[in-house]
Every structure is written in structure tokens, then in C-alpha cells.
Write a protein that binds this ligand. Structure first.
Ligand SMILES: NC(=O)c1ccc[n+]([C@@H]2O[C@H](COP(=O)([O-])OP(=O)(O)OC[C@H]3O[C@@H](n4cnc5c(N)ncnc54)[C@H](O)[C@@H]3O)[C@@H](O)[C@H]2O)c1
Length: 348
């Protein structure tokens, strides 16, 4: 990322799993990074990281943080999984009004670039999609089975509509783009994996599940980091503002068969999750490759499994080769369940 050395980036949701990983990568390249989040980072942060505690629902707080930055990565969101999914009011307030505040902050304070972290779900509602591309229409809002996906869709529309808005300081226009990742995986993922591994260790998982022919996709956290950096760069004049006003699907380019007929995630996944996960949906990376120069690297699950082993998981079962193999299979099963469980709950 050519400009990273001199640029200042504000990352909303910068203390979450993906936001923090992106912050570290930008920081390594010499950029100045501000983490804007309601909660402080759980990790030890480098001294020169600036953490601004704030809520995107509060415009005054957004305004204070955004002044003087070169580019915003708008990653903060609410309602993806767990109990959060029940709080419809908060989901709407964070994902929709919060996004409007961030956009307004950019316009009022002369910030000319914003990259929004969206989701596959803006077009996917449980229908089969094979090698879908960005010409697919948004899923009609009333067909979204959950508030998170509906509000992420509304937020993405607002972000792309704001592209080209004149900045208040007359320095130019705001340029925006949206990335639509698949389910995110990688070491240190805290939202889904520990919960599922915990279930496995307690023996709550049963294995009998469904539609072995389904094809689905995931994205490694570091591939997603790279896509965001490239997208931000492609908003600049040097790159002819190539990504301005555009949306891009982002995944690893490896299509996964949903693990066979003998894994049953049913007790842990909600009805909507099961309904969505049993359906083939994968997307072409052609646009991201051609316009952003996105080149996903290959990752396997070793790093993720290792992360859990280092924290004491699976020790009892590691005594023989067979049990190690089984453990790995369980981790793969957990990974699939988790990567799919970013799909939110509905009415269950
Ligand atoms: N995790 C996935 O599988 C997945 C898949 C597709 C898209 N996404 C999108 O990627 C992004 C990052 O996902 P993640 O898994 O790192 O999420 P995460 O929950 O780890 O991070 C989100 C961060 O946003 C912060 N936040 C929430 N409300 C806020 C508010 N009102 N003001 C400021 N900060 C607030 C949270 O405190 C949290 O640190 C999200 O936008 C999500 O919608 C995630």
C-alpha cells in the first residue's frame, strides 16, 4: 500500500477481530492508526496506536475522532451473532444511523476516502448462487430473514450513494466503496470459534447433518485485510479512483464442500443458519482481482488449530495419532459451523 506510510486511518470497530487485524497491518506499514470503538482493545497495543473510545451512534463523538484523518475504514457493526441479534433497535441504530453519522463526519470534515465492510448477505437470502458477481441485485429488503443483514444492506446502499458527495471544505468529493466478505476465519477469532470448540469439548455436538453437495466460501482474515488496503488505495487519484462507488465480493477463491453427511450442527445453529448453510452460494473474485489487484493467499487451518492448542484445548485427546486426527476433524467441523454462524438468527 503505497500511501500507507504517510496516511492517517480511522477504523470504526477497530477493536473488533477484523478491525484490529487491519490496524496492525497498516501500522506495520508505517501508517498512523486511530481505533474508534465502544470498547478498548483486548490485546496489548503498540504505544503509538491511538484508541478513541466512542460510539458511532453519537455524531459528536464521531466528529471529534474523524477530523484530520485521510481515510476511514468503517467496520463497526452490531447484531451479527449471539444475543446481539435480539436487539433490533440497537442493530438499526448502529448499522444504519451509525453509518450515516460516519458518512456525515467525512463530508463535514473533508475526509475524501471511506471503505465500508459489508457482507455477502446483501444479495444472499438463502437462494442458490453459483459464481455470482456484483451485477446481482440487492436482496429485496423485505426478504432479509434477519435485521443484521437488512441493516448491513441499507448501510451499504447509503455508503455507495454517498460516493461523489462534495466535501464541505471544498477540497473535492467523498469517494466510497464497499467490500462484501464471506464468513471470516483466522487465528484468534473470538466471536464464534471458542463457543463451538467449547461445545465440542463438552460433547454437545452431534454429527448427522445434511446437504453434502452444498458449496460455500470463507475468507481468511489476512486476505480480507489485503482487500481493504487495496480498496482504500484504489480510491486515490493515483489509482484513478477505480474503486469509487463500487462493491466487491471478497473470499479465498476456494469453494468448500460443506462437510459431509455426518456433521450435524443443528443443535447449535438456528433455523435460519441451517437454512442458509445448506444452500450453495459462492461468488466470483474476478472484479476484485481486476480492479483492486486482489490476490488471495492460500491458508489452511493449521494456524487456527494451533492457536487453540496453545490455549490448552484438546490436550487430553492428543495422545495418539488417531485422536489428533479426530481433533483436527472436529476443528474443521467447528470452523465450518463457525464460518457459517456469521449468518444471523431469525425468529428462533
Ligand atoms: N465475522 C464474520 O464472519 C463477518 C462476515 C461478513 C461480514 N462481516 C463484517 O465484518 C466486520 C467486522 O466483523 P468482526 O467479526 O471483526 O466483528 P467484531 O464484532 O469483532 O467487531 C465489531 C466491532 O465494532 C464495535 N462496535 C459495535 N458497535 C459500535 C458502535 N456503536 N460504535 C463503535 N464501535 C462499535 C464492537 O465493539 C466491535 O469491536 C463487520 O462489519 C461485520 O458486519 C463479518
Amino acid at each position: 500500500m503505497e500511501n500507507a506510510r504517510t496516511d492517517t486511518f480511522l477504523i470504526t470497530g477497530g477493536c473488533g477481530y477484523f478491525g484490529y487485524r487491519l490496524a496492525c497491518s497498516l501500522h506495520k506499514k508505517g501508517a498512523r492508526v486511530l481505533l474508534f470503538d465502544t470498547v478498548p482493545p483486548i490485546q496489548e497495543v503498540p504505544e503509538d496506536f491511538v484508541f478513541v473510545q466512542g460510539d458511532i451512534r453519537d455524531y459528536a463523538q464521531v466528529e471529534r475522532a474523524i477530523a484530520g484523518v485521510d481515510c476511514v475504514f468503517h467496520i463497526a457493526s452490531y447484531g451479527m451473532s449471539g444475543r446481539e441479534q435480539l436487539n433490533h433497535h440497537l442493530i438499526e441504530a448502529v448499522n444504519v444511523q451509525g453509518t450515516q453519522n460516519v458518512l456525515k463526519g467525512c463530508v463535514e470534515h473533508g475526509v475524501s476516502r471511506l471503505v465500508y465492510t459489508s457482507t455477502f448477505n446483501v444479495v444472499f437470502g438463502g437462494q442458490v448462487i453459483e459464481n455470482g458477481n456484483e451485477s446481482l441485485p440487492y436482496l429485496p429488503l423485505h426478504l432479509h430473514p434477519d435485521h443484521y443483514s437488512r441493516t448491513k444492506s441499507l448501510a451499504e446502499m447509503a455508503v455507495l450513494k454517498a460516493n461523489g458527495t462534495a466535501l464541505k471544505d471544498s477540497s473535492g468529493v467523498l469517494r466510497t466503496c464497499a467490500l462484501r466478505p464471506a464468513g471470516i476465519y483466522g487465528p484468534g477469532e473470538q466471536r464464534h470459534l471458542p463457543r463451538i470448540v467449547g461445545y465440542i469439548e463438552k460433547g454437545i455436538f452431534r454429527f448427522v447433518y445434511g446437504e453434502p453437495s452444498s458449496l460455500v466460501e470463507f475468507v481468511h482474515v489476512d486476505n480480507l485485510v489485503s482487500a481493504h488496503e487495496l480498496a482504500a488505495e484504489a480510491l486515490t487519484l493515483e489509482k484513478q479512483h477505480r474503486s469509487a462507488g463500487q462493491a466487491y465480493f471478497i473470499s479465498d477463491e476456494m469453494i468448500h464442500h460443506l462437510i459431509g453427511p455426518f456433521y450435524n450442527f443443528q443443535p447449535l445453529l438456528t433455523r435460519t443458519e441451517v437454512y442458509k448453510t445448506g444452500v450453495t452460494h459462492y461468488f466470483s473474485m474476478a472484479k476484485a482481482k481486476a480492479e483492486l489487484g486482489y490476490e488471495p493467499q492460500e491458508y489452511n487451518l493449521d494456524e487456527v488449530v494451533q492457536w487453540f492448542r496453545c490455549r490448552g484445548h484438546g490436550k487430553k485427546s492428543c495422545s495418539s495419532f488417531l485422536s489428533r486426527l479426530l481433533l483436527d476433524i472436529l476443528f474443521v467441523a467447528a470452523f465450518v459451523a463457525v464460518a457459517l454462524s456469521f449468518l444471523p438468527v431469525v425468529g428462533s
